[in-house]
Design a protein. Structure first.
Length: 510
């Protein structure tokens, strides 16, 4: 049994998804009334553990106990009834409804004849929002509010449930400095009331400001639980990333050539958002024959940076982009492709694959013009081009006519990379290219990227896995909350240095 003051006992919890073990034999005690930080890289298992605790994931191996009594929640309603609420990083508000309606959604206050009592809900919502130092009117539509205020509605919802245990998943990822200070004050009041808080964060300044104890997860396993007073941010970041890097020998060192791409003071506005900018004043160069890595945590602006370079940004970017010495600012991906820039997107399923098409069609879709004449597609020519590309990239498939969905994740990714290589790019943008790809296929993709840059292409590659960037990249830039916080050569870079730069936060970086 855990110690007597434990409110949550997690015993040997394991959770497997197809092809991956998200949690492996995790055992942890959380004390009554403490703020307990859970730290780890993307994919360490933090959110999976919190989803088990809050009833989002009901199916797992191991035991969960509250106040010493075994529990197993079939859903979030059961967890809420037991006093556990979760505030997700991705906010779960119905944007078309008012603040009050969101706070009491599914638990509406009923009056005479069981009719919904909007007035009572608005009064109760006003009390909760006042407690949170928030001047939102209960009738205000949630979708019209800034993200920081939307976050407070989520917290008000948890308060209305009178939760004893509150799980906060990256609660400050979209907040301004003033909003973070307000959140800290709210947390302090909750703790005085005896609420136990589990706080997921990458940001070491927050963790060391708020937490009494810190638990580090890595690759689905519990590494260590430490008292804040007995550790340091450096030790915690080391525990978060301290694993062996897969060693791949690329042979002789790559030689970078002339500058292909120069980016100066690139900024991407974020209208209506507290921070105001998805990217702010980012400057760098990419040379021919090099892989430039972009590191950063979720929400740092990695994908947005590549979208700006590819003409696919949500807003017109500001700043200056030079390609081969000429100033460009693409308004559409079509213009980027014509100029020799290609992007392999992070979300393969939603933005990369044409699921209804076969392997050959997925490879040839961007170069049909080259396979045609007089407005007609020459199917033989199209097939020859696709066959050559599939062969070059060693795509494992039953044939070009096979459904692309029948391929493994790694081979699907090769098809998408092959599609863009047919456009003969000089700059290739890869957004987390090995996401959802198994270890063997990752090694193949690394060798493929190495071969491309040795042929003279310049590659910019993002990844949520630091060992991957250290394996593949010649230089690594680090983004934190839209700003460039560090730049390392391959010789200088370590996982710990990158993680420290990625967790700086605007409060320290700017």
């Amino acid at each position: 049994m855990g110690d007597q003051s434990s409110i949550i006992s997690i015993r040997s919890i394991t959770k497997r998804f197809p092809g991956v073990t998200a949690l492996a034999d995790v055992t942890l005690e959380v004390r009554q009334g403490e703020l307990h930080a859970i730290c780890g890289e993307n994919g360490a298992g933090k959110s999976t553990l919190m989803k088990i605790l809050s009833g989002v994931i009901p199916d797992f191996d191991g035991e969960l106990a509250l106040d010493g009594k075994p529990v197993r929640f079939k859903g979030t309603r059961e967890a809420e009834a037991a006093g556990i609420s979760i505030i997700h990083q991705e906010l779960n508000l119905v944007e078309q409804l008012s603040a009050a309606a969101n706070i009491f959604l599914g638990r509406e206050i009923r009056g005479w004849l069981a009719l919904r009592d909007d007035r009572a809900m608005e009064l109760a919502a006003a009390r909760l929002l006042k407690e949170l130092e928030c001047d939102i009117h209960p009738r205000q539509i949630a979708g019209s509010l800034r993200v920081g205020d939307q976050q407070l509605i989520e917290i008000a919802k948890a308060l209305s449930l009178q939760s004893d245990i509150l799980i906060m998943d990256e609660p400050t990822s979209a907040l301004t400095e003033a909003e973070v200070s307000r959140l800290y004050r709210v947390i302090e009041r909750l703790r005085k009331r005896g609420v136990t808080i589990l706080y997921i964060s990458h940001k070491m300044d927050e963790v060391f400001h708020l937490a009494e104890r810190i638990t580090v997860l890595r690759d689905g396993r519990l590494v260590k639980t430490l008292d804040r007073m007995a550790t340091s941010p450096q030790e915690v970041t080391h525990l978060m990333v301290g694993r062996e890097i897969e060693s791949i020998d690329f042979g002789s060192q790559r030689q970078a050539g002339e500058v292909l791409l120069r980016v100066q003071q690139l900024s991407l506005p974020w209208p209506g958002h507290a921070r105001g900018w998805r990217l702010k004043d980012v400057s760098f160069e990419l040379r021919r024959g090099e892989v430039l890595g972009i590191a950063g945590l979720m929400g740092a602006g990695r994908t947005e940076l590549l979208e700006c370079l590819f003409g696919a940004a949500t807003e017109p970017p500001q700043g200056r982009i030079e390609l081969y010495g000429k100033t460009v600012m693409f308004r559409h991906p079509r213009e980027a492709c014509a100029a020799g820039v290609s992007l392999v997107t992070e979300d393969r399923k939603r933005l990369g694959l044409f699921a209804a098409m076969n392997v050959g069609e997925n490879i040839s879709i961007c170069t049909l013009k080259q396979a045609g004449a007089a407005g007609f597609i020459n199917r033989t020519r199209e097939w020859q081009m696709a066959t050559a590309t599939a062969s070059r990239l060693a795509v494992k498939t039953a044939g070009l006519a096979a459904p692309v969905t029948s391929l493994s994740g790694g081979n699907q990714q090769k098809c998408i990379i092959g599609r863009w290589l047919q456009t003969q790019p000089r700059v290739l943008l890869l957004d987390d290219p090995t996401r959802g790809v198994d270890v063997g296929a990752k090694a193949e993709l690394y060798r493929l990227i190495d071969g491309l840059v040795r042929d003279g292409i310049g590659v910019i590659m993002t990844s949520s896995e630091l060992p991957e960037l250290l394996t593949v990249c010649d230089r690594i830039l680090v983004l934190s909350e839209g700003r460039l916080t560090a730049s390392f050569t391959r010789a200088e870079a370590t996982e710990q240095k990158i993680m420290e730069a990625a967790t700086l936060g605007i409060r320290n970086a700017g």
